[in-house]
Design a binder for this molecule. Structure first.
Ligand SMILES: [Cu+2]
Length: 631
């Protein structure tokens, strides 16, 4: 055992009768906050560094623990008494052993998100070879070699335990020197906490999918709409949307009405802080460990240079803001030049709340918290309607007056310049300086062997499988477009430079330069009203596994036949996202498929066994899931 290995595990005496009380929101002014990754007793400093468990041997204990984030005492799921779970710091080339003891009353599991490892160690019950989860009272030993550096995370793959706190960060240090230079290094893990039992959240969504955003539409907005548009226009507008059984504001299923958004386990009221000295390069490792929430992240007053996505190094790109989908990670470098505090501001996609933290040279300094942006409206392109109109099951669209159909807010149309969405080559990509790309290649590939870019970003006609027709699917995108350079609903033309997938370019030459052997098209489908989610109209329970051949190179194209963003996560193998230059494909573990859009990536099928492939929105996952079998 290394000296700081598992320093807060108290040797078997950790049991439910000794539940510790994690105090979240500091009521009455006394701060007894939750130290990131540390003992709740030790953590009394707001900017307590994450307690890193380092080394090669780890004991992790899963247990229930009392917490209080909102003023109401609740029970969370924690690892070694911590929420988020402790930061695990590994090193490339080591083999790590993790003994996970489950003191929860139910079966649990830990999945190492984005880590390339043998199937049996992947931690998804019922999918990975023979693994059925860790039963209550049992210990499971994970052991695998660490082959990749970067920022990752881990979480439960059982029930709704991820919602109740079972998630934590992983940092893997490279063996050789890091291509990224920095003086300080902080994890910024964002998550969503609810005082409700997640089973109740799910039940409410099944019953009324708009449960968590209906209030907003009916109260504040109704009054505003009535004032602005008068009774008749307001009524017509709402009737139209009701008839279509969708909401312009179907941005997020679960919102700030129940969620408290956390940064490293701190509520917005408390705020987590990270210290810096002016002139330093500070590396911030953003991890979206939430169950359901997309965050739009910015630090007013600071540019962020994005250096890694999903743990993998990128050619640096400097932005003002980025959208962090559920389960994605971005590493950024900031260089504060002044002795002042800055707010890390992460508003949720539906603008119902935010997570916040502070970067400061002095713990006593605070920074202003910006206003949230206005609630955005989904546009035609977000419904995959393209220029042809929309096909909407169960409704006669021909009866609809398309003039009415125009959104009141012209802004969302701006992202719809279709000439731009067609990306036959990389030259249309904003922010990319091609002279820079012609640098000497690393990775042992001779420039002469690099091929031109055959990726096809023209959106051909779309066909929907027979299984997509029926009451379980309420929308089919008629003209889904590649929208790699679209920052997404709510971020278009906000006068800030927003990261898009078109900006992502691998720092190194793609590991596999082969052309795909075959293409698989997967449609993300659902009925929002009934809260049923599926792939190609077939939910997981009814679906055959996808069978892939060891050694093949696949091209996977997603068509999103819904109005929501779905962060699609493939276990065990990289998703090489086609962003314009096939010689430098960024490698991701989680790819956000925007509403009504299409997107493609390549997969080198190099990992034998059973793998999970699913939407990472926790309440979508049950249906929008496939087992992949590689043999
Ligand atoms: Cu989803």
């Amino acid at each position: 055992m290394s000296e700081n290995h598992n320093s807060i595990h108290n040797g078997g005496g950790f049991n439910l009768s000794r539940r510790r009380f994690v105090k979240g929101l500091a009521l009455g002014g006394a701060f007894t906050g939750l130290g990131f990754g540390g003992s709740v007793f030790a953590a009394t400093m707001k900017q307590a560094r994450p307690l890193a468990l380092r080394g090669t041997e780890f004991d992790l204990t899963l247990a229930e623990q009392a917490v209080n984030f909102t003023g109401a005492p609740r029970v969370a799921t924690t690892v070694n008494g911590s929420l988020p779970a402790p930061l695990l710091r590994w090193r490339v080339g080591d083999t790590v052993t993790l003994r996970v003891t489950n003191l929860l009353p139910e079966t649990s599991s830990i999945h190492w998100h984005g880590i390339i490892l043998p199937s049996a160690m992947d931690g998804v019950p019922g999918i990975a070879d023979d693994f059925q989860g860790i039963r209550s009272g049992e210990t499971f030993i994970y052991r695998f070699p660490v082959t990749q550096s970067g920022t990752y995370w881990y979480h439960s793959h059982s029930g709704f335990q991820e919602q109740t706190g079972l998630y934590g960060p992983i940092i893997i240090d490279p063996r050789e020197s890091d291509p990224v230079e920095y003086d300080r290094d902080y994890v910024v893990m964002l998550s969503d906490w609810t005082d409700e039992d997640p089973n109740d959240v799910y039940r409410k969504l099944k019953k009324l999918s708009h449960y968590y955003n209906f209030n907003e539409r009916t109260h504040a907005d109704l009054v505003r709409d009535l004032k602005a548009k008068g009774l008749k226009a307001t009524w017509n507008d709402r009737k139209m949307w009701n008839r279509m059984r969708m909401s312009q504001r179907d941005l997020s299923d679960v919102t700030g009405y129940t969620y408290t958004f956390l940064t490293n386990g701190f509520t917005p009221a408390e705020g987590w802080s990270g210290l810096f000295r002016k002139g330093e390069k500070v590396r911030l490792r953003f991890i979206n460990g939430s169950a359901m929430t997309f965050f739009d992240v910015r630090i007013p007053g600071l540019k962020m240079t994005v250096v890694a996505a999903d743990g993998q190094n990128l050619e640096p790109v400097t932005v003002d803001e980025f959208r962090l989908g559920v389960a994605e990670t971005y590493d950024v470098i900031v260089e504060p030049k002044h002795d002042m505090a800055y707010t890390i501001f992460a508003q949720d996609i539906a603008r119902t709340g935010f997570a916040r933290a502070t970067l400061t040279p002095d713990p006593s300094m605070a920074a202003e918290i910006p206003e949230m942006d206005p609630v955005p409206d989904l546009g035609h392109n977000d419904m995959g309607m393209g220029v042809h109109g929309m096909e909407h099951a169960g409704h006669d669209m021909s009866a609809m007056n398309h003039a009415q159909h125009q959104m009141p807010d012209g802004q969302m149309m701006s992202g719809m310049d279709h000439s731009k969405h067609q990306m036959p080559n990389a030259q249309m990509m904003p922010g990319m300086d091609h002279s820079q790309h012609q640098r000497t290649m690393s990775g042992g590939v001779d420039k002469a062997t690099l091929k031109p870019n055959p990726s096809d970003f023209t959106a051909g006609p779309v066909t929907h499988a027979m299984t997509e027709y029926g009451p379980h699917v309420d929308m089919r995108a008629d003209a889904p477009q590649y929208r790699l350079d679209d920052p997404g609903v709510g971020l278009r033309n906000n006068s800030r430079r927003v990261l898009t997938y078109a900006d992502l370019r691998n720092l190194r030459v793609s590991a596999d330069l082969r052309e795909p052997d075959r293409e698989i098209e997967l449609h993300l489908t659902g009925n929002m009203g009934r809260y049923m989610w599926s792939i190609n109209g077939v939910k997981h329970a009814d679906a055959e596994p996808l069978r892939w051949k060891l050694g093949e190179r696949l091209r996977i194209t997603f068509i999103n036949d819904s109005m929501m963003n779905h962060p699609m996560h493939l276990h065990g193998m990289w998703s090489d996202l086609e962003t314009g230059d096939n010689n430098f494909l960024p490698r991701k573990h989680t790819v956000v498929v925007q509403p009504g859009s299409r997107i493609s990536y390549r997969v080198t099928v190099d990992a034998e066994g059973g793998w999970a492939y699913h939407c990472h929105l926790l309440y979508h996952m049950l249906g929008m899931f496939r087992t992949v079998i590689v043999s």
